[in-house]
Design a protein around this ligand. Structure first.
Ligand code: GDP
Ligand code: MG
Length: 740
């Protein structure tokens, strides 16, 4: 440490900065002004082991946003002079409000020591603070002191000097500011990093945050330094700010403050503060928190709420779901009538309508689910659910911040692993982060839900909601066990404490709920309309080409003609007896025989196709799990996107079917197929839940983990794991008599 190392004292007004400053420096101090402003600048020396340390008493502030000249001065000093350590003085009798500034120091990523001042005052008010716990949760030293009597100040300075000497790489902490702001912050951060905009002085995320807070000083500097980028950032702020106003009736600044307080609350609620009296002064929100995060009641309430969400979704979506099914059947009928037989008709019916229809058919379900989630999220309950789960998560080597990525990925119902993987950015420990991003894809994402809904309808038609609820629990159990396995093997290491935001409860606005629901539903529809349409067509082509060789086609044609000629006499006789030849026994018999041949030909063609060959080859392995070649084709398609499993099954089975008039419900087709017995069903459900993440997620894992190896790992490991599990389930279920 250089002899002239600087240590700054910072804190709220009246937290005792000057008292501490005088205590430390005695008469070795002088008073000046900060250049250009009339704010007093006090500097002094503190002697330790023959070195002189400069102590600077910064102006007292409540925040680090440029609301006042004091704030600008304090902030500029911290950013430009980069003191070796900052002592953040907090008033222990008023900790919650004081930690608001602490939060911002942590977000700035500066070397910090917290002086927990006025513990004498706190004591007389019956407040006891567990400073070790506070220190562990914040990740910085916390020293209790009484500045006025000098108690603890030697200790404090020892710690501050140690921090100043330490080579620790202080990283800014990431507080989540809710989905909308987080997404914008990430985007802004990317742009800021790319152009190295103000990053010599501030962390990129911090600059982005200042844009969201409309910080006058940063805006001004920004406009001078980089016109185009600052315009871009301001436009992004405008967009998200309009959006927040529409959905939550609030501004980014208020949202940020809410989440900072939430962050503090989540720390203090962990038995950091024990207050002997004043219990009835607790706010309503705190009282609700006490109840819903109660060790025993909390989990019960949570399961009740989650189960209620399922009931809600399935009850309300039943009628519109039936309507969608009818609609697509009707549409198929129209297309069937207006298009001539041939490849084009097949493309429309089997590639496009069955494919996209299979996905769009679930829009009502998805919408009700998203609506339910939006209520939980907008009201603030979701964060409490995450808080509850933290205790469980720690057992499995994960972190409280892992909960949100799991929920985003579909931990409650619906969701997507792509934003889930991105949401792991809030995790500070790399190993905890990897363990999280490798297991989030085990959740039942919005793409898997309809597939699972279809399969549960086929196999467990009476208890659909209950089974899907159990599958959600199964997804969690498997994700946690696999995470534990990873944390004990390839990702072993110690865990870090839990810190996450508990935003205040709000009454969600109906408009906000509708917008949030629609945004997510629209994303799902867009995916169905673009990616899935493309892949659905590609798979249709793979399932159609190359067509049967001419000799085989001729053979089928020959069979048809044989049948027609063998009934020719009988039908001619029928002709003489009745006008309605088609309903004569001979005609009906002929018809059903022809249909059987059409079916056999379609099936032969599918088997002969590219996809059919791959699927058939895979039967060499999949006999272990009871999957036939058609199922294999669908599962291959599922790597592109999980929704495709339905559309491919639809295509595979209608291509293999005969009567074009009867596109039928896939559900019924499958339920009537003897191969689809409950044993195979359970194995298939398990396989679909846990095999390789979809293509988009893998790409995202590669990017976020920083190496293609983790992407490859997730594909190979998950598929191997899922297959083993499916094989075990299938064999065990057969053994127990579920094969019929
Ligand atoms: P500043 O605004 O942060 O510089 O705060 P000051 O140092 O001026 O202190 C504000 C008030 O708190 C003064 O009246 C101090 O005497 C009082 N004070 C400071 N530290 C303590 C402490 O540890 N215990 C008690 N009881 N009072 C304190
Ligand atoms: Mg003062």
């Amino acid at each position: 440490m250089p002899t002239q190392a600087k240590i700054a004292l910072a804190g709220n007004p009246n937290s005792g900065k000057t008292t501490l400053f005088n205590e430390l420096t005695g008469s070795r101090q002088h008073v000046g002004n900060y250049p250009g402003v009339t704010v007093e600048k006090k500097e002094g020396y503190y002697l330790v082991d023959e070195s002189r340390i400069t102590i600077v008493d910064l102006p007292g502030t409540y925040s680090l946003t440029a609301y006042s000249v004091e704030e600008v001065v304090a902030r500029d000093f911290l950013a430009n002079e980069k003191p070796a350590a900052v002592i953040n003085i907090t008033d222990a009798s008023n900790l919650e409000r004081n930690l608001y500034l602490t939060c911002q120091f942590l977000e700035l990523g500066i070397p910090l020591v917290i002086a927990l001042n006025m513990i004498d005052v706190a004591k007389t008010r019956g407040i006891a603070i567990d400073h070790d716990k506070l220190s562990a949760l914040l990740g910085v030293p916390v020293i209790p002191i009484i500045a006025r009597s000098g108690k603890g100040t030697a200790d404090l300075m020892r710690k501050a000097v140690a921090v100043a000497k330490e080579e620790r790489n202080w990283q800014p902490i990431h507080i989540s500011y809710g989905e909308d702001l987080d997404a914008t912050l990430l985007e802004m951060q990317d742009k800021i990093e790319k152009e190295n905009f103000l990053t010599e002085v501030y962390p990129a995320r911090w600059v982005a945050m200042k844009y969201l807070e409309q910080d006058s000083q940063i805006l001004e500097i920004g406009r001078r330094q980089n016109v185009s980028l600052s315009q871009e950032l301001e436009a992004m702020e405008k967009t998200v700010s309009d959006h927040l106003l529409k959905t939550m009736e609030t501004y980014p600044e208020a949202m940020i403050a809410d989440h900072r307080y939430g962050f503090i609350k989540s720390i203090l609620i962990q038995d950091v503060i024990n207050q002997r009296f004043d219990e009835d002064r607790l706010y309503i929100s705190d009282r609700i928190d006490k109840l819903v995060t109660n060790r025993f009641l909390g989990p019960l309430i949570m399961f009740g709420v989650l189960f209620g969400l399922y009931k809600f979704t399935f009850t309300f979506s039943e009628i519109p779901l039936g309507f969608m099914e009818t609609f697509f059947t009707w549409l198929g009928g129209i297309v069937d009538r207006i298009l001539p037989d041939g490849q084009l008709k097949s493309l429309f019916l089997s590639g496009i309508i069955d494919g996209v229809g299979g996905v769009l058919g679930f829009v009502p379900l998805i919408m009700f689910m998203f609506f339910g989630i939006a209520i939980l999220e907008d009201s603030g309950y979701l964060a409490r659910a995450a808080f509850m789960m933290d205790r469980i998560f720690r057992i499995f080597g994960l972190h409280g911040s892992s909960v949100m990525p799991f929920i985003v990925s579909g931990g409650i119902a619906g969701g997507c692993a792509v934003p889930g993987v991105l949401a792991t950015r809030t995790l500070r420990s790399r190993k905890e982060r990897l363990a999280t991003l490798l297991t989030v894809s085990f959740m039942n994402c919005g793409a898997k839900v309809p597939v699972l809904a279809l399969l549960t309808a086929v196999f467990f038609s009476e208890n659909q909601a209950r089974v899907l609820f159990l599958l959600t629990l199964l997804a969690w159990a498997v994700a946690l066990l696999v995470a534990k396995f990873l944390r004990l093997t390839v990702l072993s290491g110690k865990s870090t404490p839990f810190v996450m935001e508990l935003p205040p409860y709000r009454f969600p606005t109906f408009k906000g709920l509708l917008i949030h629901t629609w945004e997510r539903t629209w994303q799902y529809i867009k995916k169905a309309g673009t990616v899935i349409l493309g892949i659905s067509i590609l798979l249709w082509a793979m399932m159609t080409y190359p067509g049967l060789p001419a000799t085989e086609r001729d053979a089928f044609e020959q069979q048809r003609q044989n049948i027609v000629s063998s009934y020719a006499i009988e039908i001619a006789q029928a002709h003489q007896q009745t006008d309605n030849v088609d309903s004569s026994p001979a005609a009906l018999e002929e018809q059903s025989k022809l249909i059987a041949i059409d079916g056999a030909q379609a099936e032969a063609a599918l088997r002969f196709s590219l996809a059919g060959r791959i699927g058939t080859w895979l039967e060499n392995i999949t006999w272990l799990t009871g999957f036939d070649w058609r199922t294999n084709i669908a599962l291959l398609g599922g790597f592109a996107a999980k929704e495709i499993i339905i559309s491919t099954l639809g295509t595979a089975y209608s291509l293999g079917e005969v009567d074009p008039e009867e596109t039928g419900f896939l559900r019924e087709t499958l339920a009537n197929n003897p191969l689809w017995n409950p044993a195979m069903g359970m194995a298939l459900i398990a396989f679909i839940m846990f095999y390789t993440p979809c293509f988009a997620t893998v790409i995202c894992i590669v990017r976020e983990a920083g190496s293609w190896k983790w992407g490859l790992f997730s594909m190979v490991f998950n598929t191997f794991f899922a297959f083993t599990l499916a094989a075990l389930i299938y064999r065990l279920a057969l053994f127990m008599g579920f094969g019929g």
